[in-house]
Design a protein around this ligand. Structure first.
Ligand SMILES: Nc1ncnc2c1ncn2[C@@H]1O[C@H](COP(=O)(O)OP(=O)(O)OP(=O)(O)O)[C@@H](O)[C@H]1O
Ligand SMILES: [Mg+2]
Length: 916
């Protein structure tokens, strides 16, 4: 590149500092303007430029464009920030300390220095000033300082961190001022207009101080804010710079360097990331969608609740993509700059400042690009995480509200799948979603840049690349198939091994060892290893094509270039082109993935929508009121109730029920198998669809289901069930529920882990465990479903005396017991008989006996069968005893079984009693 005769002065002014004492080019200069303006709004001789024809510098008018741009940013972004501060932020009482006043006074001082500069500008070109951009740029700066003053005033009582607009304003102003200062020094403005120069330098220096004060000196906090919890995530009050550089993470990183980090060391989640806030945001959006006549759209709900930060991420992504393509252009310029020094003729050399500017530019571009890219990632990942937590919470709360019909359609496995798989799909989509526009955008930018570099030869490279995509795609699909196959092989191997280990004894006894060995060898060697080998080969081919693609692409492009064009293939083409091809591989590779992930996500959204719109429990099925105080007050009421398990079939589970129970009463509901006893209790819980009638429940309810339900935790945790441990009441509960002896028998007492679904407990133990849990919950109303059926008569009596009966632990509560046990009926205050879903008899024990109806029949027949029933109960009970005694040693177990059989014939055994 040759610059001709003007090159010399340009070169000598193009040093790094711009200072040149010998040069008297200063017939123009910053502080001059002429009458007859060559260009609109610029009175300076050098015009708008942007580069001056005489010096290696921007023209004076253009120099102020930078300053004015910062001022305009301050004015507009600042105004928005003020509005946001006033409208969106709560005010606290914060003392105005020295820091605040110093900052505000300095702003006034800076504004004063600018006012002085304006005066000098008017004096220097008295007739032209009003028509000159330099004057107006100073005015704009003056005005923007006013806005920044306002921001800093408002933020003091509203924010814990300095406002981002103010920080950026100061940073950008300093950059613009530094560039201008270099130019002013280079023009030796202090010779001609010392006053202006001094005012400028004062303003510049004060701006540095102001920036430091605003950014680095911590603001005075209000007393309220100072009380915030210790584990608060620093991102909540991090400054803009800290967010952009992630420096708020530094303390954690440093700590992690010194010590192995555990979960306790981490900060709390930022408030906006907690499930509480994401779930409420989603629920709000989803509720609004449910009102939509055309049917709810999960996409819209997610979009409304979480798209804000995500689309701010889009901005960052655009910046990052664009900057990625500026880098090769700068590289080209830098190569040209270096090449100019290869020439013999010093006139052909380019000025040093140009090289420095390019290098600085490359640095700034790559810093900005990385920053933007990672801000984008941060936003995308955060959004994904929020969507996942919100959906998981929504699925969870929905699964609690599913009606019986809904529950029949969606199994627990389905629900777990929704939580684990489908939400994950949507989370993944947030990472790929932006690529949908970004990949084509990058491809277009890349093509354009390549075209500008090598012309149409680039098509050869792009063609080669596009050719490679299907090949890579094919290999990827092959790999996926092989992986699936491999998973199946692994499954069958583990299944086989589990089978072998479980039946080790039989295999050994029957000498099946070699047969199973062969089976295993077949699965392992002929299936698994073979597939593994295939996977290895496919992987190698994939690696080969993957690493040869860039080579093929550049090779074909440059071949075509050399063959078709007359220009030499120089380094300033080759290197930028290589960089561009490298950039091109990513979007081309990711596009197919984006499409799959969108398809997967839309399937997930379909499934989730159908789940989230599944039928729910009737929310007005039960009227919940506060607890009653006096013994004898009515606390449960069903009036004219008709209930159904499935409202679509029209079959009712319970019909015309009129029932009431009072505090302190034990009500027994009896009836044959399938008569509707459990349904009756569940109707009180609101699980059934109420066809008509009224159900009123006063106070909290504890329910013991017919099928004992235990968590996989220790016995104690199962009983406490999240309540506070109260040793006295806990002991009482244990004693009343006859669990003391069981605890003595269990390996770790009440700390014993019960295993999956209480596998290590007997049926009777589980039943009493669930009863104890209900008792410990200290509810007002107890709904107990057949909790006496799994225990023998002795224990049953114990439970009646200590828990259910008039002197039991629950004597002051409302108790409704569904049962087939006869002894307890005598203790009952009230008895109801259910048949085929109807209450056909009710009254006190004496009333019903006197009536000689079904209940008295039942009691009489039961009395006759008592003898035989007892022996049955004991034998069944003894068999459960073995379960609890998980003897590992097989021989011992067999001996015990023998002993057991003998014992059961001799006498009824009390559960929990240790047999010798
Ligand atoms: N979850 C359910 N969904 C649909 N129908 C149900 C459901 N639970 C019970 N039913 C039906 O309701 C009727 C009453 O059953 P329920 O369980 O209330 O009888 P039960 O009196 O408790 O019998 P058991 O003495 O065996 O416990 C039965 O016909 C049963 O088929
Ligand atoms: Mg039942």
């Amino acid at each position: 590149m040759s610059l001709g005769t003007t090159q010399k002065p340009l070169l000598s002014t193009g040093s790094f500092s711009g200072f040149h004492s010998n040069l008297e080019l200063s017939n123009g200069g910053y502080m001059t303007a002429e009458h007859k303006r060559g260009q609109p709004l610029c009175g300076n001789r050098e015009g708008w430029g942007p580069l001056s024809g005489e010096r290696y510098d921007f023209t004076p008018c253009f120099m102020d464009v930078w300053v004015a741009a910062v001022a305009v940013f301050g004015l507009f972004a600042g105004a928005i920030a003020c509005w946001w501060l006033v409208r969106g932020k709560a005010r606290f009482v914060v003392e105005r300390n020295w820091h605040f006043w110093v900052k505000q006074v300095i702003i006034i001082a800076i504004a004063a220095s600018i006012a002085v500069q304006i005066v000098f500008q008017i004096l220097s070109y008295p007739d032209v000033w009003a028509g000159d951009f330099r004057f107006w740029s100073s005015v704009l700066t003056f005005a923007s300082l006013g806005v920044i003053f306002a921001i800093q005033w408002l933020e003091h009582s509203r924010l814990r961190n300095p406002n981002g607009v103010a920080l950026f304003y100061w940073l950008l102003l300093l950059v613009a001022y530094s560039v201008k200062l270099r130019s002013l020094i280079s023009q030796q403005i202090y010779d001609k207009s010392l006053g202006y120069f001094v005012a400028y330098c004062i303003g510049f220096g004060l701006s540095w101080i102001e920036f430091g004060l605003e950014w680095l000196v911590p603001k005075k906090q209000s007393d309220y804010q100072a009380l915030e919890d210790d584990d608060e995530c620093p991102v909540e009050y991090a400054t803009v710079f800290s967010i952009l550089t992630f420096s708020w993470m530094t303390p954690m990183m440093r700590y992690g360097y010194k010590k192995y980090l555990t979960e306790e060391d981490l900060w709390n989640l930022a408030k906006r990331d907690t499930t509480k806030s994401t779930a409420t945001a989603f629920q709000k959006a989803w509720d609004r969608e449910l009102e939509n006549k055309k049917g709810p759209s999960l996409w819209m709900a997610i979009f409304k609740a979480f798209s804000g930060p995500y689309f701010r991420g889009t901005l960052f992504k655009t910046v990052s993509d664009t900057l990625a393509f500026i880098q090769p252009q700068l590289l080209r310029l830098l190569i040209q700059f270096v090449q100019s020094y290869a020439e013999e003729d010093p006139d052909a050399h380019e000025p040093v400042i140009r090289g420095a500017a390019i290098a600085l530019g490359m640095f700034a571009v790559s810093v900005a690009q990385t920053t933007a890219l990672h801000q984008y990632f941060q936003r995308a990942f955060e959004t994904g995480m929020r969507i996942k937590t919100a959906l998981t919470a929504a699925i969870y709360s929905k699964s609690l509200k599913l009606s019986n019909e809904g529950r029949a359609a969606k199994s627990t496995g389905d629900i777990v799948n929704y939580m684990a798989v489908d939400t994950q799909r949507l989370q993944d989509l947030t990472q790929y979603g932006q690529q949908l526009w970004s990949a084509p955008y990058q491809i277009i930018l890349c093509m354009a840049s390549l075209y500008q570099l090598v012309g149409f030869s680039m098509l050869a490279g792009v063609g080669a690349m596009i050719l490679m995509i299907p090949i890579n795609g094919l290999i990827a699909r092959l790999m996926k198939r092989l992986q699936k196959q491999q998973m199946k092989n692994k499954d069958s191997r583990t299944r086989l091994i589990a089978e072998i280990v479980n039946n080790m004894k039989s295999i050994k006894l029957y000498a099946w060892g070699s047969a199973f060995m062969q089976k295993l060898n077949y699965v392992r060697n002929d299936q698994e290893l073979k597939t593994l080998r295939k996977i290895g080969a496919a992987q190698a081919v994939a690696n080969f094509t993957w690493s040869t693609t860039p080579f093929l692409v550049s090779c074909s492009t440059f071949t075509v270039y050399v063959l078709t064009q007359n220009k030499p293939l120089t380094t300033d083409i080759v290197f930028p082109a290589l960089t561009l091809f490298n950039l091109l591989t990513f979007p081309l590779a990711i596009l197919p993935m984006v499409i799959t992930s969108i398809i997967e996500a839309s399937v997930a959204v379909g499934r989730l929508t159908s789940f989230l719109t599944a039928e729910e429990l009737q929310d007005d099925a039960v009227t919940l009121l506060g607890p009653v105080d006096e013994i004898g007050d009515e606390s449960l009421l069903i009036r004219d109730g008709t209930f159904s398990w499935d409202r679509h079939t029209g079959r009712n589970a319970l019909e015309d029920i009129n029932f009431s129970a009072s505090k302190g009463e034990l009500t027994c509901v009896v009836g044959r198998v399938g008569a509707g006893k459990s349904s009756f209790l569940q109707a009180l819980l609101g699980d059934l669809w109420k066809v008509k009638g009224k159900v009123v429940v006063h106070g909290s309810t504890a329910y013991v289901a017919q099928q004992a339900w235990v968590m996989n935790a220790s016995v104690k945790e199962n009983i406490l069930f999240g309540h506070r441990y109260d040793p006295v009441f806990y002991d009482k509960t244990i004693k009343a529920c006859a669990l003391t002896e069981d605890f003595a028998q269990l390996p770790d007492g009440d700390e014993t882990e019960v295993g999956e679904r209480g596998i290590s407990l007997s049926g009777g133990q589980k039943a009493r465990l669930t009863l104890a849990r209900a008792v410990y919950a200290r509810a007002d109303i107890y709904l107990l479903d057949d909790c006496l059926s799994a225990v023998d008569q002795h224990v049953g009596r114990h439970l009646i005396e200590n828990v259910l009966g008039p002197n039991g632990l629950l004597s002051g509560k409302t108790r409704v017991l569904a049962t087939n046990s006869i002894p307890v009926l005598m203790e009952a205050d009230f008895i109801c008989l259910l048949r085929e879903g109807r209450l056909i008899e009710k009254g006190t024990y004496d009333q019903l006996m006197a009536m000689k109806g079904e209940v008295s029949n039942l009691i009489k027949t039961a009395g006759n069968q008592d003898q035989s029933a007892e022996s049955e109960a004991t034998s069944s009970d003894s068999s459960t005893m073995i379960d609890t005694d998980n003897a590992e040693d097989a021989q011992k177990q067999e001996e015990m079984e023998e002993a057991q059989e003998r014992l059961t014939q001799l006498q009824p055994i009390r559960p929990g009693a240790v047999q010798e």
